[in-house]
Design a protein around this ligand. Structure first.
Ligand SMILES: O=C(O)c1ccccc1NCC(=O)[C@H](O)[C@H](O)COP(=O)(O)O
Length: 210
């Protein structure tokens, strides 16, 4: 299986193009004002329009109301929305028939309980993204978690892996898990919110070689 690669927290075209050229399959656009990676809906829409066709565009939202969610999707027209807050399974199930994009749910993983809870997203989420538990931010904290917990996942929804992945540890993470996608934000930055193009290239190279 070819691993999918998501470079999250993209804020400009140079980083987006570097990700595409390096073989990333997805970019993440964070629409969440407290984040150093926040982009407005207009900025996200411009990046989306200019995205190379090899990239799928993932819009990240956190605990948005239905009206704001609909506006965000209408404005940005992402391929995928990644919900990174406390969105319930019922929320995704209710939304899914009404939107022209796929839906992902991120879950902070610290115990086997979360793996059971994850199963409730069947029928609502096209993919789960297991991440480190929320800290200062709901995601993008550059912190890893115990990947051995994932051996206990027997749900039907495919999952991606996030949380503290970088060019040095991504290959081992791919070998240790059944993730179909790896996701990085902090591990491809020189400082929060500023992408390092060489780190993007190194991350993609390491993931593709794993
Ligand atoms: O990246 C953010 O600032 C962010 C803010 C609010 C919600 C989600 C956020 N990021 C979500 C992602 O998909 C990150 O890539 C993922 O959490 C991994 O981040 P990192 O540990 O920094 O690689």
């Amino acid at each position: 299986m070819t691993i999918q690669i998501k470079i999250c927290g993209i804020r400009d075209e140079a980083a987006m193009d570097a990700a595409a050229e390096a073989g990333a399959t997805h970019i993440g656009l964070v629409h969440y004002e407290p984040s150093p990676r926040h982009v407005t809906l207009d900025q996200a829409a411009k990046l989306r329009m200019r995205a190379p066709s090899s990239l799928e565009v993932v819009l990240l939202l956190v605990n948005q109301q239905p009206k704001e969610t609909a506006t965000a999707i209408d404005t940005v027209k992402p391929d995928i929305v990644q919900f990174h807050g406390l969105e319930a399974p019922q929320w995704l199930q209710a939304l899914r028939p009404h939107v022209p994009c796929r839906l992902w749910k991120a879950l902070g993983l610290s115990s086997a309980d979360t793996l059971e809870r994850a199963k409730a997203y069947e029928g609502g989420a096209d993919m789960l993204l297991f991440d480190a538990p929320a800290k200062k931010l709901p995601g993008g904290n550059g912190v890893t978690f115990d990947h051995s917990l994932l051996a206990g996942y027997d749900g039907a929804i495919p999952y991606g892996l996030a949380g503290g992945l970088d060019p040095d540890n991504v290959a081992q993470a791919i070998r240790d898990t059944d993730a179909v996608l790896v996701d990085t934000s902090s591990g491809t930055e020189s400082e929060p919110g500023v992408k390092d193009l060489d780190k993007i290239r190194a991350f993609c190279k390491a993931a593709r070689a794993a």
